[in-house]
Design a protein around this ligand. Structure first.
Ligand SMILES: NC(=O)c1ccc[n+]([C@@H]2O[C@H](COP(=O)([O-])OP(=O)(O)OC[C@H]3O[C@@H](n4cnc5c(N)ncnc54)[C@H](O)[C@@H]3O)[C@@H](O)[C@H]2O)c1
Length: 310
């Protein structure tokens, strides 16, 4: 009998998690506080899984994968017998506290409780729970069925056993877990994304380049390597003798440049200028169409990466 995962919240991320787990053979119970959300999620799930099938990204039929996902009548039914609960409801501390208190009360003591929260540390919504040792953040990247990274960010009181069990489940679900050794706002991915955005905004604001050219620096430059290796492996290979050799050659320059990279204030007029340039390049009514183009490009890239040697 397959293990059961409970997905709480049937919005964008909840639906995507349901696909991740069902694709890997887990049974999924999905529940949402709004019945309409639970109902409309059926059609959206079918469209997303059919897209994956179209790119050769599922090994079974669409119906087989969807057959593992069932809507639950209520929260207690969703949690019943689950090895792990993935929470994906509204992003406020109050709502997270409320739903985790309810889930901690209803779930069996050995069920792992995880949150998809993008910014809220585990300790902010688990501190007073009797079962707080089995609660942790498992932050995905949208959509997790295409982007496998999941950031495991436990509180100081989350048990090592819970973290290991979560890591094992996400790995078996085909994801790529990373562990935060201590809590920090924004976890890892959004902090690194924030550093890149900070510098892109600074360079734009000070008129060093257009927004189009700054986007090109990533898409035709750094991003190509970054789709299969990270910054440390990159510098290890960018000097003949590895990291120390790279640091000897370029470290002082990076240090000097870092002194000229202040925190950007995200000023309204700078963002309005970027918005104007983007709307000239892409009219507002075409945003949805372009997002579908992006998802298709992403599926093509994932299919390509699957065929490459590790
Ligand atoms: N959207 C992203 O790119 C992204 C990426 C990573 C993580 N996240 C995180 O995932 C979580 C969900 O985000 P989303 O984009 O799917 O939002 P969403 O608005 O698409 O979906 C939220 C769903 O939760 C339901 N809901 C709200 N309160 C509830 C409650 N108390 N009980 C049960 N259901 C409830 C809503 O009806 C809705 O269907 C957030 O914590 C968000 O920070 C989002």
């Amino acid at each position: 009998m397959s293990e059961k995962i409970a997905v709480i919240g049937a919005g964008l991320i909840g639906r995507a998690w349901a696909i991740v787990f069902a694709r890997a053979g887990f049974n999924v119970a999905i529940w949402d506080a709004i019945p309409q959300a639970l109902q409309s999620c059926q059609q959206l799930l079918r469209e997303n899984v059919a897209d994956l099938a179209g790119h050769g990204l599922i090994d079974e039929s669409v119906d087989t994968v969807l057959g593992r996902i069932s809507p639950a009548a209520n929260l207690a039914d969703a949690l019943q017998g689950a090895v792990l609960v993935q929470e994906n409801v509204k992003e406020t501390v109050e709502v997270k506290r409320e739903i985790f208190a309810e889930m901690d009360r209803l779930a069996s003591p050995d069920t792992i409780l995880t949150s998809s929260t993008s910014w809220i540390p585990t300790s902010e919504f688990s501190e007073h729970l009797p079962g707080r040792e089995r609660v942790l953040v498992a932050h995905p990247v949208n959509p997790p069925y295409l982007v496998p990274l999941v950031e495991l960010a436990p509180a100081p009181w989350t048990s090592a056993k819970s973290v290991e069990r979560a890591r094992d489940i996400y790995t078996r679900a085909g994801q790529s877990p990373v562990l935060l050794k201590k809590e920090i706002t924004g976890f890892l991915l959004n902090r690194i994304q924030g550093a890149v955005l900070n510098e892109a905004l600074n360079l734009y604001e000070n008129d060093y380049a257009s927004s189009e050219d700054l986007d090109k620096v990533l898409k035709d430059g750094l991003g190509l390597r970054w789709s299969f290796m990270g910054p440390f492996e990159t510098i290890d290979l960018n000097a003949p003798e590895g990291v120390l050799d790279y640091a000897k050659r370029y470290g002082h320059t990076y240090r000097d440049v870092a002194k000229t990279q202040p925190p950007n204030e995200w000023q309204a007029d700078t963002l309005a200028k970027i918005e104007k340039e983007r709307r000239t390049a892409l009219p507002a009514e075409k945003l949805g169409e372009r997002a579908r183009w992006r998802d298709n490009r992403l599926m093509g890239l994932v299919a390509h990466k699957r065929k490459q040697p590790g």
